[in-house]
Design a protein around this ligand. Structure first.
Ligand code: ZN
Length: 227
């Protein structure tokens, strides 16, 4: 069952084979310095052994995480993996003097800065970049179980996510989570009050987010999934 197709990592369990099948490597050039990079691809993975989080993030050992915004290993510039030049393997080995390197995902701040300075982004792409940055910001608090630190930049990213959030049930659940995490409890409750869950999963998520709101907790959590 897919929780949501609009973000690459907002996913709930599905039953596939238990093998990760890697696809062919892709060869991409940095749009700034033409530095060569390798992008590993996945044909199929699965959610076996995965841990799901209330912000839509999934820690899945049998699933490959695709980067969205990456930082060039050669020049340090940041770019969108969707807007790179992909080249053939045979051409790849003839590119200049630079050694090929595996693509490296940009940091939370780099992603937020990218989304803030690229006005040409459509709303879906902006959402994808900003939600990834938001989830990255939650990583430390996932591990430590302590509240996360909010930088001015992270906070402005969260507020922008609320502005551009779609109207679908899953998006609205994520919006309630974002509002809860920045302490806007009343607004989060209002979002849940107006929500009509469309299945047992979203109904259960809504109940669990509400329970955390009632405790005035801002912490990201591992929701229990309906059987
Ligand atoms: Zn570069």
């Amino acid at each position: 069952m897919r929780f949501n197709e609009i973000d690459s990592r907002i996913t709930l369990p599905s039953h596939h084979s238990k093998n990760v099948i890697l696809g062919p490597d892709e060869f991409v050039l940095c749009p700034h310095c033409e530095g060569p990079h390798i992008l590993t691809t996945m044909i199929s993975g699965n959610t076996f052994g995965a841990v799901f989080w209330s912000d839509g993030w999934m820690d899945a050992p049998m699933m490959m995480e695709y980067p969205i915004i990456v930082a060039c290993v050669h020049c340090g510039e940041v770019f969108d993996i969707e807007v790179v030049t992909r080249i053939e393997e045979k051409d790849f080995h003839q590119v200049g003097d630079m050694s090929p390197a595996y693509l490296r995902e940009a940091s939370e701040d780099q992603c937020i800065k990218y989304a803030s300075t690229h006005e040409e982004l459509n709303q879906l792409r902006e959402w994808q970049i900003r939600i990834r940055a938001y989830q990255m910001g939650n990583h430390a608090s996932r591990r430590s179980k302590k509240p996360r630190d909010w930088s001015t930049m992270s906070l402005s990213n969260a507020r922008r996510l609320v502005q551009i959030c779609g109207r679908g049930v899953v998006e609205q659940l994520i919006m309630a989570e974002v509002l809860r995490s920045i302490g806007e409890f009343d607004d989060a409750v209002e979002v849940l009050d107006e929500l009509t869950p469309d299945d047992e999963l979203t109904a259960s998520m809504s109940r669990q987010i509400r329970a955390h709101l009632n405790k005035r907790s801002r912490q990201v959590f591992e929701p229990e999934l309906p059987k």
